[in-house]
Design a protein around this ligand. Structure first.
Ligand code: 3AL
Ligand code: ZN
Length: 465
């Protein structure tokens, strides 16, 4: 049974705004045949049956009530690069896929978020444009160490650093010394640091070796970023986290070897967690060769054996969160005969998560609770949003989606709410349909359509204790 909060005064049914009836409510500890009573954006009652018939009802019979997905890793690219995606398109696509909250990365927007003023500018835009709640990452780059306190005070959810070239001139990679110093300061400020873990020197060398052979296809590009590139960076970042006491989140871990390094560091009491992304759990290197540009990302998608091993790690609790790393670009940047020149980034915010649910459709009883942990509860916990977000329980925000498992249907470009109709998942059959998404008790996505009059998203900052 979902957790009850002792502190809440009991609410009489006649004060409820909405009752979610007849669904199977998914929490990390199981699937429960309970109803939810909502009031003013919160879940105030969880019971086997809420009998009063006089209230508005949402009929969830035959469907799963899944916690609103909290995607800690998106690049919506606004301000400055809204033509690549933008906050309105991005958040709507997230909601259409069951998401209720995103954390926007400090780069690919222009300017990137490197100080408090940059964060406030993006916050004001997102408050106007986003249809889901949101948090904002600040950047950690060489030269902005004296801005980190300001970013913390402005409410940054954490700091993001690139250990390799980001592809964006205004967001240079951290050298080892700036990363070390930045982590020292972040630890003092109580800020978590997230790293894109690829070793720049190794990536450059492997890339040069492929270019010397005059190979420019997808296979050559994959060979230019072998697992060792990721492992070298994870080793360095976890060592720094151990030395500085900084909370570290390794984003988009692509390999079981990378997960193993993180598990070892945790055994030595380093405060480090692992994120993987839906595409590493759904695609393999053969898919990249077949799909081409829509499946290009860094670190790259690995072989089938590694993909399956990541699922094992997920089930073993060694991967803590799953994000989308939604990083779209316009068609001209996703088109080149030279795979090295194509923009690296996957547009997966709408379909990645539902395809994870689809992959678990026949093992839903065992695996939907696991997905509720890595897509919502663990994210809220790691980033300290957990007195409001991430769990369907009394006292929490009423953020949820309804999931229907029906006959398989192929995903088409017409289904996409992203600005550009580019996705590695087009043509994939899925049994999962996200029919409704509610943010703080209000529909954003209803009956498979954009809901009218949806309220705007709210800015979230880490809860300080
Ligand atoms: N700049 C940017 O969005 N980079 C992302 N794209 C990608 O494939 N990996 C990333 O980190
Ligand atoms: Zn990255």
């Amino acid at each position: 049974m979902p957790r009850k909060r002792e502190t809440l005064t009991p609410v009489e049914p006649e004060t409820l705004d909405l009752i979610v009836r007849g669904g199977r409510v998914v929490t990390p500890d199981g699937i429960h045949a309970v109803e939810l009573g909502l009031l003013e954006g919160r879940i105030v009652r969880v019971a086997e049956s809420i009998t009063d018939p006089t209230h508005a009802e949402l009929d969830a019979a035959g469907r799963y009530v899944f916690p609103g997905i909290v995607d800690a890793h998106v690049h919506f690219n606004e301000p400055g690069r809204a033509e690549w995606e933008g906050l309105a398109h991005g958040s709507l696509a997230l909601a259409a896929g069951g998401g209720t909250c995103f954390f926007d990365m400090p780069l690919n927007s222009e300017p990137p978020v490197l100080d408090a003023a940059g964060l406030r500018t993006k916050r004001a835009l997102a408050e106007q444009l986003a249809c889901t709640d949101f948090a904002l990452w600040g950047g950690l780059v060489p030269g902005n160490l004296d801005k980190l306190a300001g970013l913390r005070d402005a409410g940054a959810i954490g700091l993001k650093a690139f250990m390799s070239d980001s592809g964006i001139a205004s967001f240079p990679r951290v050298d080892a010394k700036s990363l070390y110093e930045g982590m020292k300061r972040a630890a003092k400020l109580g800020l978590l640091v997230a790293v894109h873990a690829e070793d720049d020197a190794l990536a450059t060398q492997f890339t040069a070796a492929q270019r010397a052979k005059k190979k420019t296809d997808a296979k050559a590009w994959l060979a230019s970023r072998p697992v060792e590139v990721e492992l070298a960076a994870i080793r360095q970042a976890t060592e720094f986290a151990g030395e500085t006491g900084c909370a570290l989140h390794i984003v988009h871990v692509s390999s079981p070897e990378g997960v193993a390094l993180i598990t070892e560091a945790r055994a030595q009491r380093v405060d480090v967690t692992a994120e993987t992304c839906s595409h590493y759990l759904l695609l393999n290197d053969k898919d990249v060769a077949k799909l081409g540009a829509p499946a290009k990302c860094a670190p790259p998608i690995r072989d089938e054996k590694r993909r399956l091993a990541l699922w094992d790690d997920l089930r073993a609790g060694q991967i803590h969160t799953v994000g989308s790393d939604h990083s779209p670009a316009p068609p001209d940047l996703k088109t080149s005969p030279n795979f090295f020149e194509i923009w690296g980034g996957i547009g997966g915010v709408q379909h990645g998560f539902q395809l994870l649910l689809n992959a678990c459709a026949t093992t839903a009883d065992r695996d939907f609770p696991l997905l509720a942990a890595v897509l919502a509860r663990n994210v809220a916990r790691r980033f300290r949003l957990d007195s409001r977000k991430g769990l369907l329980a009394e006292g929490m925000d009423a953020d949820f989606c309804l999931i229907e498992l029906g006959a398989a249907r192929k995903i088409t470009a017409d289904d996409l709410w992203t600005r550009h109709k580019i996705s590695p998942y087009l043509g994939r059959p899925s049994r999962v349909r996200v029919t409704d998404t509610y943010v703080r008790g209000r529909p954003v996505w209803a009956d498979g359509r954009v809901a009218s009059g949806a309220p705007k998203g709210q800015f979230l900052r880490p809860i300080t204790t």
